[in-house]
Write a protein that binds this ligand. Structure first.
Ligand code: AMP
Length: 624
């Protein structure tokens, strides 16, 4: 009898084929790729180079596409174009690319403009795919077997369109994507695997300070389950600022006046060297335009205090978001090249009164964590670690009066699915627009519009009778699906949110900060708009009711109601010019509405009585 070959979940059906997984840190400046061998994560290197510079040169001469170190040193020629920091362009529309860059871009009306290279147009997704392909070449050179899949990391602040662009790049590079994972989460996992202390239940803070960005994440570890409780940070603070501060200090010492851009670049490169030397030396000799002196670690520490102060303020905010105090943290993990600075380590240690962890190379830790997670995902492992990411901004939809109904709050662990029921506003309404927005404010105009779709074909019903269930689902990759179903008729429409407009990191920061700054004012505006809406609905219902059922009340009563309606209408109109009424106007609407209700309630009762008695007339108690 022949045996039937079967395969275990996540394993290859071929009996002897070896399977491997990859963790890829697709960085703005450098890309790293790692795998797990003999249960140990390791970076895949060539000729002792672990970093692949995230740089691609396209040229008409062969080879047409060059990635990494060779592209980094490519000469500027008419028949070639070298693209750096393509990550900044991922998921961004032409209108959103506000930062300065030297590239010829062509807006093809797609979600992202393309680079105009000598060998044709290349979208940011295609350029990223070329970088990813070079990671695959590394893996193939290591002769690891068959690729089962990869975990690719993205910044915690990447929005849906940036994540979607990254997924597409993987698809184009032929990489089976197991999951997109937030970079700080991957780093925490790398430490969790190698550090038994970290595997115990508790809270961990990941402090990631790179060249130009700061990310902070707070994780809860329980029963080997990693949950991100909160994330925060800043998109334009990092080691590059330290370089600029040292450069400024050098210019001040040498009393140098204005210098041109090229000279400033060179000076900052020199400053970077000094800064990095100061990570291993108490002081460094410096020479610049006739000035000779020394810079000490302590001086650098004072110089960069604004950077460390800002990072610690943002850390405090993330702690508040997570509902934790400093002393509730079990460990603090340092990630990113700039955490090599003793000044940063000391500031973090002083803030938490606890020594931070920094034993894993801060450049490699993200790729190593991603590799471990990829390995876990394809294995039925007893000590498999589960990671839960969070939504960086709240998601909701537009309701009457331009108000936002929040469906999923920011910092909610994903995957998540949430449902809410809505109804129609007008009699006979057969369609409605579902407008999905992102942000922390109460009004749609203050949030970011993500997508819109129409639910049509609702059978005509009285206002308020239709039951429209709206479901928001975010999968493990952070991609959002919104569906709307009219429950009585089963009519349905849905959308996968692949917004044509990505969200710039600066915008994200702004949306968060504005949400906090305007919280009180927003609460008042929402209250006002809700009260006004209720008053308007009352007026809209009363007008037809008076003509249809006016005979149920006396002429005098009808006149008094009409007068009260006019007073309310006037109060509303006075505030309509701007949507942010003052407290007095709001009180006027409320009191006019209350006066009207005193008169209209008995009228509504009379209508109801009549409806009930005509319904009952001629029926026996049994029939009732
Ligand atoms: P990353 O974005 O994580 O690659 O970090 C890059 C930043 O780390 C740059 O600002 C580097 O100057 C900085 N960096 C790298 N090595 C060191 C070091 N030894 N000391 C201080 N800063 C460093």
């Amino acid at each position: 009898m022949a045996l039937l070959q079967i395969s275990e979940p996540g394993q290859n059906a071929l009996p002897h084929a070896k399977q491997y997984t990859l963790g890829i840190d697709l960085g703005t400046t450098n890309t790293l790729v790692a795998t797990v061998r003999s249960a140990q994560p390791q970076i895949l290197k060539t000729e002792d180079e672990s970093l692949i510079p995230s740089v691609v040169t396209y040229s008409t001469s062969n080879p047409q596409v060059v990635v990494g170190t060779k592209a980094l040193g490519a000469a500027v020629k008419a028949d070639s174009l070298t693209i750096r920091s393509v990550k900044r362009f991922m998921g961004r529309s032409a209108a959103e690319i506000k930062f300065s860059h030297p590239y010829p871009l062509v807006d093809r009306g797609d979600s992202m403009p393309a680079f105009n290279t000598p060998i044709g147009l290349k979208s940011p997704v295609e350029v990223s795919a070329d970088i990813l392909t070079s990671t695959m070449l590394r893996a193939e050179a290591a002769d690891l077997g068959d690729l089962a899949g990869a975990v690719v990391t993205v910044p915690a602040y990447f929005d849906e369109s940036q994540r979607e662009a990254t997924r597409k790049a993987c698809e184009l590079a032929g990489i089976p994507l197991l999951k997109l994972l937030n970079e700080p989460t991957a780093a925490a996992l790398a430490y969790g695997k190698s550090n038994p202390e970290l595997q115990k239940d508790g809270h961990v803070l990941v402090f990631d300070l790179g060249g130009g960005t700061f990310d902070v994440s707070i994780l809860k570890i329980q029963d080997q389950l990693y949950e991100v409780l909160a994330t925060g940070g800043h998109t334009s603070v990092g080691g590059d600022d330290a370089d600029r501060l040292i450069a400024k200090w050098l210019r001040d010492q040498a009393s140098t006046g204005e210098i041109d851009t090229q000279a400033q670049h060179e000076l900052e490169a020199y400053a970077r060297e000094i800064k990095q030397q100061l990570s291993n030396n108490a002081k460094v000799e410096v020479n610049f335009q006739g000035f000779s002196g020394v810079l000490t670690q302590d001086q650098l520490s004072d110089m960069i205090a604004p950077i460390t102060d800002l990072c610690l303020k943002l850390t405090e905010r993330a702690l508040r978001d997570a509902g934790l105090t400093k002393d509730q943290l079990g460990s603090i993990i340092l990630v990113g090249g700039s955490t090599r600075m003793p000044a940063v380590q000391q500031a973090v240690q002083a803030f938490f009164d606890k020594e931070p962890m920094s034993s894993i190379n801060p450049d490699e830790v993200v790729a190593l964590g991603a590799a471990l997670h990829a390995n876990d995902l394809t294995r039925e492992s007893a000590n498999r670690s589960n990671l839960i990411d969070v939504t960086p901004l709240s998601l909701g939809l537009e309701t009457m009066g331009g108000l936002v109904e929040r469906i999923i709050s920011r910092n909610t662990p994903i995957p998540i699915s949430k449902k809410q029921t809505f109804t129609t506003y007008q009699d006979g309404q057969t369609g409605l627009i579902v407008h999905v927005v992102q942000g922390e404010r109460e009004q749609v105009t203050d949030c970011r519009s993500l997508a819109k779709f129409t639910l049509s074909g609702i059978p005509p019903m009285k206002a308020g009778v239709a039951r429209i269930e709206v479901n928001f689902s975010i999968d493990t990759n952070g991609l959002l699906q919104v569906s709307a179903t009219e429950v009585n008729s089963g009519v349905q429409a849905s959308i996968n949110v692949k917004p044509t407009q990505g969200l710039s990191e600066e915008d994200q920061q702004r949306l968060l900060t504005e949400g906090m700054q305007h919280a009180e004012q927003d609460k008042n505006t929402r209250q006002y708009l809700e009260d006004r809406l209720e008053a308007e609905r009352e007026l809209e219902a009363l007008t037809p009711a008076l003509s249809e059922f006016g005979h149920l009340i006396s002429d005098d009563q009808a006149e008094v109601i009409q007068h009260a309606m006019q007073v309310l209408e006037l109060a509303i109109n006075q505030t309509k010019a701007d949507d942010k009424a003052n407290q007095d106007q709001l009180e006027q609407i409320r009191s006019a509405h209350a006066s009207l209700k005193k008169l209209s309630d008995p009228f509504a009762a009379a209508i109801m009585n009549q409806a009930v008695s005509s319904e009952l007339s001629g029926k026996t108690p049994d029939q009732i």
